[in-house]
Design a protein around this ligand. Structure first.
Ligand SMILES: Cc1cc2nc3c(=O)[nH]c(=O)nc-3n(C[C@H](O)[C@H](O)[C@H](O)COP(=O)(O)OP(=O)(O)OC[C@H]3O[C@@H](n4cnc5c(N)ncnc54)[C@H](O)[C@@H]3O)c2cc1C
Length: 326
């Protein structure tokens, strides 16, 4: 089977022969991208390329378009890996940790982390800050893991303020409204006074709409049971309302209404984007509240993504956090 075999709807059945012994382009693309968000968009662009040239260049472009579209969906967590049928020889796609796609159109991206102090190790500055009291410095993790644990367990928290992280987040406005209650982070958000609001709204899935809040009182409905039909009717209603609002917003801007006033009609499901920065101590405080099942499911998805980024950057501290807040 070759990659031009049109009988295979997904394009490449086996590793294409011209890649023999080499990494495939898709893997090189994944490495070149900062994370899921960029990689999914790159896959979209490949699908676009094959759609545009389909029937005009080589046989099998329609299959390739489908293959890249499926890879894009897979990276977004919405379908099977198009290479899965290759069997055990196929190394599955692993999500990189630098950024994550969250909800239907949001993301959380690691911009910058600090905390290495005088050492190359990102968490060493925490130890160095603690050792100021004895005029000492970082001695390597074989010895200093114990000190880190001691600091964490005994709530000697200020050394954890010598490390930190800046992230970029795209989330619905109602998530930002909860997020901005955390006063120890610094924020800068895109301004709808300067920038036209994009047509980007959060649409919860039918199953999210039907989810039972369990013991979480804030997540509970009236007790009436929402079935799949009613949930999808409500979902369609949200979508129609968003589309209507979006058309009215764009028309108002065309008519000369200033952006700062045209936005008044937009709802809290509208996506927005911000940068947030905080020291590690405060990120842990945020996680404690927003990674918890009592937090609303949507902000919790961002807390889970943040947990991934923090674990990649600060593995020793996050292992302590995972072991339980002292
Ligand atoms: C599940 C859940 C449900 C919630 N429901 C509601 C709700 O119904 N209505 C509502 O209004 N809010 C609600 N909140 C928001 C909540 O009340 C807090 O505002 C939010 O969680 C931020 O917590 P924080 O003040 O500890 O965090 P931060 O602002 O990040 O502060 C971190 C810590 O710094 C210290 N600190 C910061 N500022 C001050 C200050 N001015 N004075 C003294 N100490 C300070 C405190 O020790 C604080 O814990 C909810 C939060 C959660 C997690």
């Amino acid at each position: 089977v070759t990659e031009d075999d049109t009988t295979q709807p997904l394009g490449f059945k086996e590793v294409p022969a011209h890649y023999a012994g080499e990494r495939e382009t898709v893997d090189k693309m994944r490495d070149a991208c900062a994370g899921d968000y960029e990689f999914a968009v790159a896959c979209d662009m490949m699908a676009l390329k094959y759609r545009d040239r389909s029937g005009r260049k080589t046989q099998g472009d329609a299959g390739k378009e489908l293959w890249w579209a499926q890879m894009a969906a897979h990276v977004r967590g919405q379908g099977e890996d198009p290479r899965a049928y290759r069997g055990p020889s196929h190394a599955p796609y692993e999500r990189p940790r630098r950024d994550s796609l969250v909800l239907d159109s949001g993301f959380l991206r690691d911009v910058e982390a600090w905390g290495h102090g005088d050492s190359a190790d990102l968490e060493a500055g925490i130890i160095e800050a603690a050792r100021q009291s004895t005029a000492g410095s970082f001695r390597g993790w074989e010895r200093d893991s114990r000190l880190l644990k001691y600091l964490y367990t005994n709530k000697h928290s200020t050394p954890f303020e010598f490390a930190g992280l800046t992230i970029e987040v795209k989330a619905p406005i109602f998530v930002f409204r909860q997020w901005h209650r955390h006063r120890t982070q610094s924020y800068n958000e895109v301004s709808a006074r300067y920038v036209e609001i994009p047509s980007d709204f959060y649409i919860p899935t039918v199953y999210r709409l039907m989810a039972d809040g369990g013991a979480n009182k804030q997540a509970q409905g009236t007790g009436a049971k929402l079935d799949e039909v009613a949930a999808s009717a409500f979902q369609r209603k949200i979508l129609c309302r968003y589309e209507e609002l979006d058309a009215d917003y764009k028309a108002a801007i065309q008519d000369g209404v200033p952006k700062e006033l045209a936005r008044l009609m937009m709802g809290v499901g509208q996506y927005s984007q911000m940068r947030a920065t905080a020291n590690l101590r405060n990120w842990l405080g945020f996680l404690t509240l927003r990674h918890d099942p009592h937090a609303q499911w949507e902000i919790r998805q961002y807390a889970i993504a943040l947990h991934g980024v923090l674990s990649a950057r600060f593995p020793q501290t996050m292992a302590l956090w995972d072991g339980g807040t002292p």
